[in-house]
Design a protein around this ligand. Structure first.
Ligand code: CMP
Length: 136
């Protein structure tokens, strides 16, 4: 059984889309835990450490610390890949119609949600929201 992290980003929280997004997720996935938080700059830089040095890194950190985010811990068979497919491509303009990013994303940065892209990423990202589940 796999687990992964879905994060609802500050743009979607500001737009009051938390409920709509959770509704879609709940129809397809098992939600094991949920938490709202606001990233510090230091946490945001660590969360997105793989993107350090890229042109979009600084704006991304600014954006992700601009308001609260919501973390959902999802579990299930092949849930990492299934969630990636479900949320759609990074750029909402290229995302599958009906996907969360197509429905609620605004642009390649303000794209409503983030999902872990591998088992390694999930193990790294989940403790930012669910410290007590580090071993889970
Ligand atoms: P996310 O899946 O959270 O992973 C990295 C984030 O960086 C991405 O979604 C976007 O919010 C943001 N981003 C901004 N510009 C780009 C870009 N050109 N390519 C990829 N990600 C970008």
């Amino acid at each position: 059984m796999e687990q992964t992290l879905l994060m609802i980003k500050p743009d979607a929280v500001r737009a009051r889309r938390i409920g709509k997004i959770i509704d879609l997720i709940e129809q397809e996935f098992e939600i094991a835990d949920i938490r709202m938080k606001r990233f510090t700059r230091e946490e945001a830089e660590r969360f997105y450490a793989v993107h350090r040095g890229k042109p979009f890194f600084e704006p991304l950190v600014e954006f992700i610390t601009s308001g609260p985010v919501v973390g959902l811990l999802l579990t299930g068979e092949n849930v990492i890949q299934r969630l990636r497919d479900f949320i759609g491509a990074t750029d909402p303009a290229k995302a599958r119609p009906g996907s969360i990013r197509a429905l609620y994303g605004s642009n390649i940065q303000e794209n409503a949600v983030h999902a872990s892209d591998s088992a390694e990423s999930a193990a790294y990202e989940i403790p930012f929201f669910f410290e007590e589940r580090r071993q889970g």
